[in-house]
Design a protein around this ligand. Structure first.
Ligand code: SF4
Ligand code: MG
Length: 328
């Protein structure tokens, strides 16, 4: 993706303009085939919007998404429809995202039917196969969503996403609506399916705890921008951006906190309708200097394919690496 921008609102209404929300503000990045990329940030940071732009559930206000060599903005509606099956989504809320009047069989066979070229019997066989794949019994096919628990419903959501033989699945906080005891099951299921079906996953999450073991790389977002992008191991080992460091401070058991003795975040996220100038994090950043509210830091390449958007990441990293005992 390059230069992705998505603004909502800003339309002239009767007497005034609706506020312009800069949900995604100039993001350029790539998703590698076969990887699990986590997109992490507080609510309202634009992470769900970015995910939807990447799978073309939303059209960008500006910028391009190139998928397997093709610019998704140049496809005809017909081509886009054929591509739809390859780019799927699992929603956050398995209670709201399943039509209560459709049986599991209908829910899962609809994407197969939309793809075309299958008989009734073939669709039935495929539904049975997919239900087994996600850990549901085939005899559950005739039941309705309300008859299932949250974890089972999310398995149905996963089954629906799998039905059109996707290559890439966006999980929009796929476990955050579930009981903690169920979360690990769904995470394990996604990991297992990714390996087995050679999927690419984009997992949107609001904290770093959930994605620790399942993601290969992490993009950290703040107010519509990616502020740090790194492999998961590097990021957990040494977060460079002050905002990433603050996110780690929100996870009590994270080792990075112990080592960097980082303060948790103060203050609320500023409004995306009226974002701060310069570095958008300067209103909350413990390291902010005058330059920070004047100039927007670019997402610059650091060693190891990692990228960070902070004027002072070098100084902050140097200060943080003083030898000191590790508190545990
Ligand atoms: Fe903090 Fe300045 Fe870096 Fe922004 S650019 S994260 S305000 S030090
Ligand atoms: Mg969201």
């Amino acid at each position: 993706a390059s230069g992705l921008v998505k603004h909502f609102g800003g339309k002239r209404m009767l007497l005034k303009r609706s506020p312009l929300v800069r949900a995604v503000n100039g993001i350029s990045m790539s998703v590698k085939e076969g990887e699990t990329l986590a997109v992490v940030g507080e609510s309202g940071c634009g992470k769900s919007t970015l995910g939807r732009l990447l799978i073309r559930l939303l059209e960008p206000s500006a910028g391009d998404v190139i998928y397997r060599g093709r610019n998704l903005g140049n496809l005809t509606p017909d081509e886009l429809r054929r591509l739809r099956g390859e780019l799927q989504i699992i929603f956050q809320d398995p209670f709201a995202s399943l039509n209560p009047r459709m049986s599991v069989s209908d829910i899962v066979s609809e994407p197969i039917w939309l793809k075309g070229g299958s008989s009734r019997g073939e669709r039935r066989d495929k539904v049975v196969e997919i239900l087994r794949t996600v850990g549901l019994r085939p005899d559950m096919a005739s039941r309705y969503p309300h008859e299932f628990s949250g974890g089972q419903r999310q398995r149905i959501g996963v089954a629906r996403a799998l039905a059109s033989d996707p290559r890439l699945i966006l999980g929009d906080e796929p476990v955050s609506a579930l009981d903690v005891s169920i979360q690990a099951q769904i995470v394990n299921l996604l990991e297992e399916l990714k390996e087995r079906l050679k999927l690419t996953l984009i997992i949107v999450a609001h904290d770093l705890a959930v994605i620790r073991h399942m993601s290969d790389r992490v993009a950290v977002m703040y107010l519509g921008e990616v502020v740090e992008l790194a492999t998961t191991d590097t990021l957990y080992d040494a977060p460079l951006h002050p905002y990433t460091q603050a996110l780690f401070a929100a996870i009590p058991q994270a080792s990075a906190v112990a080592r960097h003795s980082i303060k948790p975040l103060d203050g609320d996220v500023p409004s995306p309708t009226n974002p701060p100038s310069g570095c958008k994090f300067h209103t909350r950043c413990p390291h902010a200097k005058p330059l920070c509210n004047e100039a927007r830091p670019q997402l610059e390449a650091v060693e190891g394919g990692r990228r960070v958007a902070c004027h002072f990441w070098r100084e902050i990293a140097a200060a943080g690496s003083d030898p000191r005992p590790i508190a545990r």
